[in-house]
Design a protein. Structure first.
Length: 687
């Protein structure tokens, strides 16, 4: 059935007609429970505020008119009439006989869904007066309203929400009128404003009284929430990702249906400050959109217990704004691509899981959004695409008051667990570099010097190239030898010394078929130059061992690997321990191979001391190990990884015993693993 609207006679298609019905105190036909129904005589008396002014222009008559819009099923049309008269059919032409009124109040009569239900009404105010339009624009400062439309169409609830501002604006211009220093235009504006105020306070007296009583108790009902959510209001809600408070700037509010539960809700269209990377690599700040939903509830609710609420209703609004501004400043100062440390909450936006992450991360907004572009959830589309026009070089430069709206989320990569995650800006910090790890690295001095020079020179000078453009710009170093002799530790020490991120891959992380290996390797190799990182592929034997004629799948994997590193532009370390014979094609692509042998007594002693020094965070301290006891420890046939594990277990034992970490805990730990070291002799026992 076509129930289309007509045009000029206040029956154009109104997108807000689905809004919550706001009953007028003068609506005699409304029979909905709980709504006031004044007498007919009161209704007719209040139809027009008669202040006769002869004016041929639109909106010049300081009166307003009440109209009904009623659907006629026999003619399949909407008819408009004076509320007190019989409805008439739509007139032809564009002339509007009511355009000289300051504003029109249209009551749209919605057909009942069954004959036993009373009719429902939706009210709309059509403002023709240019003086009233101008005064309202100045009073409300609401940029979400289309002020240039003629007539201007507003819901009564919008006007009621702004009523305090409208009355305040009238008091501002009235003193000038009394002193006769204002123009005739201002006097007309004041008259039209007073007319509108009289209409609102008369028709909605019970609604305004109810709102006042609720606010006096810091409460609100669901149907009247529009009264506290004015465009431009700072709205506080709980971040769904980080579970802590964050702020938004409200743009508009409308009734709708929840996308999640399909229940009635208020939809709060908000904006907040987000950042994208610019072509120069800096962050570009701007306003991004987000919609908050407050689902229908019964009875009264404390305002600050709602899912979203205006900041002034927070128990400590000043402190909250100060905290959010401080957090926003920290967020704004994080570079677009940055190596950081985190200890706290993180979230995976694709499976909605939450993690506790402790370790080093890479902040990289653009790579985050492009890494899984087929699976970016709806909430992150504002991040993936361009911000909507209003960009800022920095929210600091635009006034620190904007920092309250900054996102609490940083987008990046967990280098330990190899996940793209969203991190809480409160949990990230600058990295505290360990300068001792390279200094105490237990390898031959010549080997250390060669590695340091290769990596530092490559980092500074990338001019040398192959004959083919783009080839040969990477540095590939192979460290081979038995497990636990310090190959991986060497790479960690170099990355620490150079203050550069370390991306560690196991061969198994790349997959077992050529297609998967190629895709994952491309993804990783593309990130290394962006992050200025060092890449370590641990236990990469499968890629370096000589190809044969029978294992076609492994041959394909090796071919893919060779092709990808040919054009790699960063630093790549490979560690191997079981290669019988290196593939000739790979040998030509490795710049240097360093052989690590089993640890000798001297190296093991160095590692024992190094790991014991690292355990000095033990609250009860670390005892000095005597030369004789250190000799016993260093003679045990342990590799570096085993020594590290012994010290870690012994340190836990010392903390449990509330005692310093010493030789006793080390011996007990090793003997549990099958060693046969003598227990330490204490002075009391020897006597």
């Amino acid at each position: 059935m076509d129930m289309g609207d007509d045009t000029w006679d206040y029956s154009g298609i109104d997108h807000n007609d689905q809004a919550v019905v706001l009953p007028s105190d003068h609506d005699t036909l409304q029979i909905t429970s709980g709504e006031s129904t004044p007498s007919k005589s009161h209704f007719y008396y209040s139809l027009l505020y008669l202040i006769p002014v002869a004016a041929p222009e639109q909106g010049t008559r300081i009166q307003f008119k009440r109209l009904d819009k009623i659907y006629d099923p026999s003619s399949n049309t909407w008819n408009v009439s004076d509320t007190t008269q019989i409805p008439v059919k739509k007139r032809e032409g564009r002339y509007d006989p009511y355009a000289d009124y300051a504003f029109i109040v249209r009551r749209k009569v919605l057909p009942p869904t069954n004959p036993f239900q009373p009719p429902k009404y939706v009210f709309k105010v059509f403002i023709w007066s240019r003086w009233l339009r101008s005064a309202l624009k100045e009073a409300t400062k609401d940029s979400s309203i289309w002020w240039d439309t003629q007539p201007l169409k507003l819901d009564p609830q919008t006007l009621l929400a702004y009523l305090p501002r409208i009355k305040e604006h009238l008091t501002v211009i009235c003193p000038g009128i009394s002193l006769d220093i204002e123009s005739e235009e201002t006097q007309i504006s004041a008259q039209h404003l007073q007319l509108l105020i009289n209409y609102l306070e008369t028709d909605y007296d019970s609604t305004l009284t109810k709102i006042k009583n609720l606010l006096d108790h810091q409460e609100m009902t669901w149907d009247l929430l529009w009264a506290i959510f004015l465009p431009g209001t700072t709205v506080i809600s709980t971040c769904a990702i980080m579970s802590e408070k964050r702020a938004y700037r409200l743009r508009s509010i409308r009734a709708g249906t929840s996308a999640r539960t399909r229940c009635p809700c208020w939809k709060l269209k908000c904006e907040y400050i987000e950042a994208n990377s610019s072509d120069s690599g800096d962050r570009t700040f701007g306003w991004a959109e987000s919609t908050l939903e407050i689902e229908e509830f019964s009875g009264r609710e404390k305002i600050n217990q709602l899912w979203a609420y205006p900041v002034q209703w927070d128990p400590q609004p000043e402190k909250l704004q100060e905290d959010l501004t401080s957090r926003g400043l920290k967020w704004a100062r994080v570079p677009a691509i940055h190596h950081m440390h985190t200890s706290g909450r993180a979230a995976d936006p694709w499976n909605e899981k939450r993690y506790y992450v402790q370790g080093r991360i890479m902040i990289d907004h653009d790579s985050f959004t492009s890494s899984n572009n087929q699976n970016v959830p709806y909430l992150q589309e504002i991040v993936k695409f361009a911000l909507d026009g209003d960009t800022l070089s920095s929210p600091e430069g635009e006034g620190s008051n904007k920092l309250i709206y900054a996102s609490p989320i940083l987008y990046g990569f967990d280098l330990t667990n190899k996940h793209w995650l969203q991190f809480n800006v409160q949990d990230v910090s600058e990295i505290k570099w360990n300068d001792d790890i390279f200094k105490n690295l237990a390898i031959e001095p010549d080997t250390k010097t060669v590695l340091q020079s290769l990596v530092e020179v490559h980092a500074e000078d990338r001019a040398f190239d192959d004959f083919v453009e783009g080839k040969g710009l990477g540095l590939v170093i192979n460290l081979f030898g038995p497990p636990g002799v310090g190959k991986s530790l060497t790479v960690e020490a170099i990355s620490e010394h150079l203050r550069r991120p370390l991306y560690v891959l196991g061969a198994g992380d790349l997959g077992t078929d050529a297609g998967t290996v190629e895709r994952r390797l491309k993804d990783v190799l593309s990130l290394i130059p962006i992050w200025n990182a060092i890449l370590l592929i641990d236990e990469a034997d499968v890629f370096l061992e000589k190809r044969g004629t029978h294992d076609l799948e492994r041959n394909a994997i090796v071919a893919v690997f060779l092709r990808e590193i040919e054009y790699f532009r960063g630093i790549l370390f490979l560690t191997t321990n079981r290669v019988r014979e290196f593939d000739h094609a790979f040998q030509s692509r490795i710049h240097i191979s360093l052989h690590y042998t089993d640890l000798d007594w001297k190296t093991r002693a160095l590692l024992w001391r190094a790991f014991l020094d690292k355990s000095r965070s033990n609250p009860f301290g670390v005892e000095e190990i005597s030369p004789d006891n250190m000799d016993l420890l260093a003679k045990q046939d342990l590799n570096g990884r085993q020594i590290k594990n012994v010290v870690k277990v012994a340190s836990s034992l010392a903390k449990f015993e509330k005692a310093p970490l010493g030789y006793g805990q080390l011996v007990r730990t090793m003997n549990l693993a099958g060693h046969n070291l003598p227990e330490p002799v204490h002075p009391k026992e020897s006597s």
